[in-house]
Design a protein around this ligand. Structure first.
Ligand SMILES: O=C(O)CCC(=O)C(=O)O
Length: 285
């Protein structure tokens, strides 16, 4: 077993330092800046926070699985819907299909960086399901509460792996990831799914006991570090109370052989089927 596989199996995560070159990080960072520059913020007023699941009822969120959409931090809008802070500082994330729709992310997500990491942690035939740019701006970026990715991207059997990339350095001060080491061996506590009428979402709770307070480890990461997270691994991040930015990118993959139930919140239209790392040619999105 390679060391990443051993780490992943024992701890529920594997760290790949220097996985992405400085040049590649610069390309990705520039593309993100371009996307934000051309985004018309007045057209969208949805706020997004994983601390408040009411966003799940929002049509904008529920139909974003096969689109590139922009989500704001909480509290950045005035009552009339105008932004209280600069557009560049107001965003929480971009999601959820840049890996298929954007030429730069299409290529980046199919590079050997993600393909090799997926193979190293034992994925057999990964499909690229969800991509997100996560901003966590200085003084504004909010908390991500403890959760597992299996809760939000359910397959039977569980197969999701999250690949989290530090674009800026992530530290305890600016809100790095924290993982409950070895917690991937515990049964997941909840499942987030669409309601039968498809207009909203609900959190089905299997186990109300809180996660243990001990055993959480900070996953501080230099720019270019990639961290693979097992789908059943509880993880979280704190608000960014520092002056330092903490830009990150995530790609979530599932196994082609696993069942992906229809009531997952993330849904794709027939014109954008899921594909794997082998689909290298960008066809327009
Ligand atoms: O970047 C973060 O702060 C949290 C990311 C996360 O929890 C996820 O991608 O599942």
């Amino acid at each position: 077993m390679n060391s990443a596989a051993a780490q992943f199996s024992a701890n529920g995560y594997a760290v790949f330092p220097d996985a992405v070159s400085t040049q590649m990080l610069t390309t990705v960072r520039h593309r993100i800046e371009e996307m934000v520059t051309t985004f018309d913020e007045s057209a969208v007023s949805t706020e997004f926070s994983t601390g408040d699941q009411s966003h799940g009822r929002d049509e904008y969120f529920l139909t974003s699985g096969d689109k590139t959409r922009f989500f704001f931090e909480e509290g950045v809008h005035a009552e009339d819907g105008s932004l209280l802070v600069d557009k560049f500082a107001s965003l929480n994330k971009i999601g959820h299909a840049m890996h298929d729709l954007d030429p730069v992310f299409h290529l980046f997500c199919r590079s050997e960086v993600f393909r090799d990491a997926a193979a190293e942690v034992g994925m057999i035939h990964p499909l690229l399901l969800q991509s997100m740019v996560i901003f966590k701006h200085p003084r504004i970026g909010g908390e991500v509460t403890p959760h597992t990715d299996h809760t939000f991207l359910w397959t039977e059997p569980q197969s999701v792996v999250g690949f989290w990339l530090a674009i800026d350095e992530a530290t305890v001060d600016n809100g790095c990831l924290w993982a409950l080491e070895g917690g991937h061996t515990m049964p997941v506590k909840s499942r987030f799914r669409r309601t039968p009428d498809d207009t909203a979402t609900s959190m089905e709770v299997f186990d109300e006991t809180p996660y243990p307070e001990d055993g959480w480890v900070p996953l501080e990461a230099k720019p270019g570090t990639l961290i693979a997270l097992h789908g059943s691994l509880p993880h979280r991040s704190s608000p960014n109370t520092s002056e330092d930015p903490r830009l990150a990118f995530t790609l979530h993959c599932i196994e082609a052989a696993a069942d992906y139930p229809e009531d997952n919140w993330l849904r794709r239209g027939p014109e954008l089927p899921l594909s794997g790392f082998e689909t290298t040619g960008f066809c327009g999105g």
